[in-house]
Structure formats: C-alpha cells, structure tokens
Ligand binder design. Structure first.
Ligand SMILES: [Zn+2]
Ligand SMILES: [Zn+2]
Length: 281
C-alpha cells in the first residue's frame, strides 16, 4: 500500500500527461495518488478517467497553489478540491496569467543578457498549461545557452539570478482560503526550510489548514520526525509525496519513492468524507 500525494503533469510543469502519470503510478503499485499541478486543475478530469482502468488505484483531485512571501515562496496544496468549480477555475486562471507576465519579464531580462529565448517555444513547452521556469530552462537548453537544466537556475533564473522576476503576490493565507472556498483540504507543501514554521502554522491553521507535508523528496529522517511531531502538536495531518515532475534527472525522486504512510491518505480521505457529509446535511 503506497501513497504519493504530490505529482505534477503537463497541466503545469510536469513532463508526463495526466494519463501517463496515472499509468506510471499504477505500474509502480501505488494505491493512492494525488495530481497537484501548479495553479491548475486542468489535468484532474483526465487523471480521474485514466484511473478507472487501474483499480484499485485512487486519484485524489488536487492542486498546488504558489504563494509569495518576502524573499521566498510558499506552496499550498489543496486536496479534494471541487475541480469543476467555475469560481475556483477563474481564480487559478488569474494566477496563471500572472505567471505568464512573470515569464515574459524573465525572458526580457535574459534578452538583455544576450540570450534571445524563443517565447513561442516556451509556450509550446508549457503545452497550454501554466508557464513555469522549467519551460524557460528547457528552451534555453534547446537554444544552447546552457548545458543543463540546472544551470538555468543556478546562473540565471534562480531566486538570486540576474534574470529572475517576481510575480503578482498571493499570500499563503489567501491560498488556504481559496482552497477552502473550493471545498478542498489545504495542506502546507514542503515546509522544512521555512522560517518561523510554527508561527506560520498557527496563522494558516486559523485560516483552515488541515495538514503539512512531512514526507517529502530528499527529507532526512530527523527532518521527517520534526515535521511529524509539529503536525501532531498542532493537530494537523502529516502528508507527503515525491513532487514528481517526470524530468528523469538524477536529482528527481521517482514517483512513489518517498515513503508516505497509508495513514496520511486515510486521514485525508476520512476528513473529506466527514466534511462532505456536513455539507449535504
Ligand atoms: Zn512546491
Ligand atoms: Zn510540487
């Protein structure tokens, strides 16, 4: 019984289609997965449909909303969101639009550094999904400006890079509220390196946070223990996943390879069912 609650597809910056990700999850013998694309639920319907061919695999509709704090980013996962809600889809579309503006700003900065990155190609690489820095990196690689995807980040478009640009800000609390309005369960993504994590948890919990990601790609045992203890102290569910993007690089954890206890998924599922009952009452 294996679980992976953090997967990306071509609906955002992943390399595999939702169908391919579901197929791979089934092949790896996973029992519960969640598709959590950046600021998009466009891959959910296809993933849910694909999962029907692979019982007993269960796909939880999810999303990962990128938010901004001074000097960094915080990602909020939303599980069991109503992926068909028009209001939610509109809000995500606004966020993606701000990503596009940001990508254009980075491309303009790269041009000033002498690298004419092809905007049409970047859009094509995003495949109609949210445009992210990995797409710019891929275009740079194809045009020979860098020799590895990683180099794009370390030299140019990483947070400290000369071609980095910020985007319109969304606060973590606003993202938690957005997930709640879409009847989802908000969970703080990969929080190990965040400053004043406890203060943040209190603030987000007041807004409706139900969990935090404790089991995550590259987290050491002591980090996992610390995060699980923190989750239990604040009555939050300790969740987790691989943050799989399908790039097949040496740096990437394969799908399902992070050891996420089945209990995490069970707790989320139980909470979602409890809330759904409250709504129908
Ligand atoms: Zn993330
Ligand atoms: Zn992610």
């Amino acid at each position: 019984m294996r679980v992976d609650l953090h997967l990306h597809t071509t609906a955002s910056d992943g390399r595999l289609t939702p169908e391919e990700v579901v197929q791979l999850a089934a092949k790896q013998g996973l029992s519960v997965v969640s598709i959590t694309d950046h600021d998009s639920t466009d891959g959910i319907a296809a993933a849910l449909a694909a999962a029907e061919s692979f019982p007993p695999l269960k796909v939880i509709p999810g999303v990962e909303i990128n938010t901004d704090i001074p000097g960094g980013e915080i990602h909020i996962l939303g599980y069991f969101i109503d992926h068909q809600s028009e209001e939610f889809k509109r809000a995500l579309k606004r966020l993606r639009h701000s990503r596009k503006i940001r990508a254009r700003k980075m491309i303009a900065k790269l041009a000033r550094l002498g690298m004419e990155v092809d905007w049409e190609r970047v859009k094509q690489l995003a495949g109609g999904g949210s445009i992210g820095r990995p797409h710019i990196a891929q275009a740079m690689l194809e045009q020979g400006y860098i020799s590895s995807l990683q180099q794009a980040f370390t030299r140019y478009i990483g947070r400290e890079g000369p071609a980095y640009a910020e985007r319109e800000r969304l606060s973590p609390v606003a993202a938690v509220e957005l997930v709640i309005r879409a009847r989802g369960l908000p969970v703080l993504a990969h929080p190990a390196n965040l400053d004043d994590l406890e203060g943040l948890l209190l603030e987000l919990k007041a807004a409706g946070l139900v969990g935090l990601e404790a089991y995550y790609d590259g987290y050491r045992q002591e980090t996992i223990h610390r995060l699980v203890a923190l989750a239990s102290k604040h009555s939050l569910i300790a969740c987790g996943g691989s943050d799989f993007h399908g790039f097949e690089g040496a740096n990437e954890t394969p799908i399902g390879r992070v050891n996420v206890p089945m209990e995490c998924a069970q707790q989320l599922i139980a909470l979602a069912q409890k809330r759904a009952k409250l709504v129908t009452k």
